[in-house]
Design a protein around this ligand. Structure first.
Ligand code: AVW
Length: 248
């Protein structure tokens, strides 16, 4: 029992892989390429599903590297037409609603972001299956797990491809709307190219006063990261969720 508990499929502290992971990936890929973005270059969904599986199957779930995802990302780079990108941090649902209304694109509107959105996956050395019982938790087990590394490398590529004006939706109901440890803070903001302009929108819960503003210390920190890269910055604050979504 002791040995099974500590070396078996149940040893990680995070929830296990999503049931029917492969099937969901294949179905989402077919939907995306046929219905959501039929104009996008025709993609081979079977090859994409296989590259996704090869990235992590039979591998130590705590030893993910960015390179593990190279072939997958090269099959479907997360690039977006100039000026259409929307980043988010602690505002996922709101940013998606905003992007939808304005015909802009979040990472989850790119093929790989759409495929993986909300799913979990990890493998196990010596097995060709996903571990459906448990997967490493970022805090309790390891940061270099396949889920975290996937979102980091996909976000990095998404940010690197930004051009013209892009936007980030930040949560103005938090004391620090900008979190330098988040993916937006650690990976996306530091990878924007020079001459890109970032517009930050600080949006708070309707009916409550905001908890952070463009002049607060967290946004000053974001500004200093961008200054160092010659990225232009504009910031809009004191918007409630309703005002933000309605504003044209
Ligand atoms: P957060 P971050 N499905 O709200 O700035 C499941 O603090 O860190 O925002 N998990 C996901 C997804 C997804 N679609 N996306 C990110 N995660 C994970 C990519 C990830 O570990 C977008 F372009 C992340 O740390 C946004 O601009 C956490 O859930 C940016 O990254 C969300 O934490 C949002 O990441």
């Amino acid at each position: 029992i002791y040995k099974w508990h500590y070396s078996g499929l149940n040893r990680w502290h995070g929830a296990g892989s999503t049931a029917d992971f492969q099937k969901i990936i294949q179905e989402r890929c077919d939907t995306y390429t046929q219905t959501i973005r039929p104009g996008s270059r025709s993609r081979n969904c079977q090859a994409i599903r296989q590259a996704f599986m090869s990235a992590f199957i039979s591998k130590d779930p705590c030893k993910a590297t960015k390179e593990d995802y190279n072939s997958l990302i090269n099959l479907a780079p997360p690039t977006v037409p100039c000026g259409q990108q929307v980043f988010w941090s602690k505002t996922k649902e709101l940013a998606h609603e905003y992007a939808k209304r304005r015909r802009l694109m979040t990472l989850e509107d790119t093929l790989l972001g759409y495929l993986a959105d909300g799913l979990r996956w990890c493998g196990e050395p010596g097995s060709s299956d996903l571990n459906i019982w448990s997967c490493p938790d970022w805090r309790k087990d390891c940061r270099t797990n396949y889920l975290s590394v996937f979102w980091e490398v996909l976000s990095e590529r998404f940010a690197e491809s930004a051009c013209n004006t892009v936007r980030v939706v930040l949560n103005g109901s938090l004391e620090n709307a900008f979190d330098s440890m988040s993916i937006f803070g650690r990976v996306e903001a530091p990878n924007l190219r020079p001459q890109v302009e970032l517009e930050a929108w600080l949006v708070h819960d309707t009916g409550k006063p905001p908890s952070d503003s463009c002049s607060g210390s967290s946004i000053r920190k974001l500004k200093s990261i961008l200054d160092g890269r010659n990225v232009k910055f504009r910031c809009m604050d004191n918007l409630s969720r309703d005002q933000f979504l309605q504003r044209s």
